[in-house]
Every structure is written in structure tokens, then in C-alpha cells.
Design a binder for this molecule. Structure first.
Ligand SMILES: *Cc1c(COP(=O)(O)O)cnc(C)c1O
Length: 358
């Protein structure tokens, strides 16, 4: 049987059916439905945040955040992220600038930010990669001093904490992804979280084609359709009931890897940070060793993933100057399989291959 890097979690079918029955009865399938509202309330409570909206995916959540915060010129972002991050900016015709990363938190290196670039952007958009906090305090201070907005791509951060509160409490806005491979999913889905009420109110209209269903006025303004459907919310509500179980299974897998991996040859990059155990990202000493391990795993039908690869500044449509650290990290990283029912014996096989070839 093929072992892939992930296998989406699914809710208990009985519990999901209970929500489905409700939909069959009410026929409220979208737009200000009960289930979306219920999911939002549960997530707000879980994360201790006030201003959260669920959406149809993480990428469009980035666009909504950029729009609601009035970002008009350019965005400084990290080359070591998923392509959604710069693509969302580009889709809104914003100029995208990359700055190289540092290798403690794998985020934008503040010492390397070019002043000329800084003058051209109104927003900094870092990613908390694999749950590693993107140097939050220093970055937010830097942004404040330079009068830039901060949006965090927190797609990997469901349930992740920083300084004893949800990581989603920092910056002007953060986004989550509930895409199928994320630790919590709604098949497709996402959320956007704001610090200020006024940005949240703006976004609430933006995601609903410019209509504010909390206002008596039926006059629309600017907007796109980024709403989550009631069906996706039903899935999410049902899966949420299983979340603690998923988390504890993934924690166990993560800890087994941690115990069995030979740390002299590789580095687990998110192990000293609070993370949700959804990713086991390891860095090898060279690209050659990584490619060899990747091949040997593949021979056993185990498909690790080269993630994030390549460094985003090397993509044709985003091309910018060389960024050595990001390119080097991207070339040496692999994410190992993590999913609920991954067997200890498979983890042992993976660790043996790494021990033998790294
Ligand atoms: C998954 C992911 C996204 C995009 O989320 P979608 O819901 O798939 O649109 C954005 N950024 C990062 C870092 C991701 O991993």
C-alpha cells in the first residue's frame, strides 16, 4: 500500500449525518446559515479571538485580509512559504517582494530587509511555517515603526499558541486554511481573523459579494464570493468533535519520529516550537542526501514531500533575485508522512532509511 505524506481526517459518519439531516430539513445551504455561524462561534471561543470569519479557502482569505486592510501598493513576503501567499497578492495586482529568511524560525530576516523595498510596500506578510512563530514580537515592532500592516499566513497554525494565547491574536490579521491536508479541515475552507472590528466588518461584506446581511440596507458594495457553504461547515462541526483525538494521535506519531530519528544527520525544524504535530519537516545536510533519501523511501512506496520547494523567488511568474538561504533550505527539506493511523512500523522503516542514507 502506498504511504503518502498525509491522509485527510474525516468526521464520524453518524455525527456528520446528524448535521446533514439538519440541512435536509432546513434547506439553508448557504448565506448566513446556522452552521457557518455555529462553526465561527466555536472557533472564536477555541482561539480566544473576537473577529473571525470562515471562508471557502485559505488563499482567498489572504486576499480578503489584504483588501480589508486596504493594502494598495506592495507586499513584502517570505520566499519560504506555499505559493498561495505571493499568488494571493499578485492576484490583487499588488507588487510582490521577497526578502531572504533566517534559519532559526525560517521566516523573513529583519536584518536583510532592503530599505528601497520597504518604501514600496504597505504590508508585511510572513508565514508561520509548520507552526513556527514568525518572529512575531520583533516583526510587529519593526512593522509598527515603519508604519506597515502585518498579515500572518497561519495556514499551518490551527490550535498553535504563542506566549500562552492563540497565535492568531497577533498582527493586523491572520488567515487559516481548512484544506483537506490541514489538521482541521472542511474539505476546502479557511478563516480570516482581524485585530480590529472595523476591518472585520469590512471583510464581512467583502466575502459576501458586498452585501451586509446584518444591515437593513440591501445595497451592495465591493466584494467577492468567499463564503463557506453550510455543507462544508457541517463537515467542520462534525470533525471538530474529533479534533482532540486527531491531535493526540498526531502528537504520538510526532514523538515517535522524534525518538527514532538520528539527530546528528538531520534537523527537525519545528520541534522546539509549539506546533500542532501536523508536519514532520526535516532538513538534511545536502540536497544530494535529501534526494537520495526521497528516492529510497519512494522505492518502498513511501512518498515524502519536498515542501516547501522550490523557493518562491525562483518561480517564473514571481521571479526575483537570488535568495541563498531560502533556496538552500528549500533544496534540503522533506516532510515525512504524518496522518492519524500511520503505523509505528512504517515510522520505523522511514527512520531506518534516513539512518542508512543520511
Ligand atoms: C494550505 C496553505 C495555504 C492555502 O490554503 P488553501 O485553503 O489551500 O487555499 C496558504 N498558505 C500556506 C502556508 C498553506 O500551507
Amino acid at each position: 500500500m502506498n504511504i503518502y505524506v498525509t491522509r485527510p481526517s474525516v468526521p464520524n459518519l453518524k455525527i456528520f449525518s446528524k448535521y446533514l439531516k439538519e440541512l435536509y430539513k432546513t434547506r439553508m445551504l448557504t448565506t448566513n446559515g446556522k452552521l457557518v455561524k455555529k462553526l465561527e462561534d466555536k472557533l472564536k471561543k477555541k482561539f480566544g479571538v473576537k473577529y473571525l470569519l470562515v471562508t471557502c479557502n485559505g488563499t482567498i482569505s489572504l486576499e480578503i485580509a489584504l483588501k480589508a486592510l486596504g493594502i494598495k501598493r506592495g507586499v513584502l513576503t517570505s520566499p519560504f512559504s506555499y505559493v498561495s501567499t505571493p499568488n494571493a497578492c499578485k492576484w490583487l495586482n499588488l507588487k510582490v517582494f521577497f526578502s531572504d529568511i533566517e534559519i532559526k524560525k525560517y521566516t523573513i530576516d529583519l536584518n536583510k530587509i532592503n530599505q528601497k523595498v520597504l518604501n514600496k510596500v504597505d504590508c508585511i506578510l510572513p508565514t508561520h511555517v509548520f507552526g513556527i512563530e514568525a518572529n512575531i514580537i520583533k516583526l510587529c515592532n519593526f512593522a509598527k515603526k515603519n508604519k506597515k500592516k502585518v498579515i500572518f499566513d497561519a495556514a499551518h497554525c490551527f490550535g498553535v499558541k504563542y506566549k500562552k494565547k492563540s497565535i492568531l491574536n497577533y498582527g493586523d490579521a491572520s488567515i487559516l486554511s481548512f484544506q483537506a491536508t490541514k489538521i482541521f479541515n472542511t474539505c476546502e475552507g479557511g478563516a480570516v481573523i482581524f485585530k480590529k472590528k472595523k476591518d472585520f466588518l469590512k471583510a464581512r461584506k467583502l466575502i459576501n459579494i458586498g452585501y451586509d446581511y446584518y444591515s437593513k440596507s440591501a445595497i451592495p458594495s465591493d466584494g467577492i464570493n468567499a463564503k463557506m457553504s453550510e455543507l462544508n461547515a457541517a463537515w467542520g462541526l462534525a470533525l471538530l468533535e474529533k479534533y482532540n483525538d486527531i491531535l493526540s494521535k498526531k502528537r504520538k506519531i510526532y514523538q515517535t519520529y522524534k525518538k527514532k530519528l538520528n539527530k546528528s544527520n538531520i534537523k527537525i525544524i519545528n520541534e522546539i516550537f509549539d506546533n500542532n504535530f501536523n508536519y514532520m519537516p526535516i532538513i538534511f545536510k545536502s540536497q544530494k542526501i535529501k534526494d537520495l533519501v526521497f528516492k529510497k523511501l519512494k522505492n518502498k512506496k513511501i512518498f515524502a514531500r519536498k515542501y516547501f520547494y522550490p523557493s518562491l523567488n525562483t518561480l517564473k511568474h514571481l521571479k526575483s533575485k537570488n535568495l541563498n538561504i531560502s533556496e538552500s533550505v528549500s533544496s534540503k527539506i522533506l516532510c515525512l508522512p504524518v496522518f492519524e493511523n500511520l503505523k509505528p512500523i512504517t515510522i520505523q522503516t522511514i527512520c531506518n532509511i534516513i539512518k542508512n542514507y543520511a
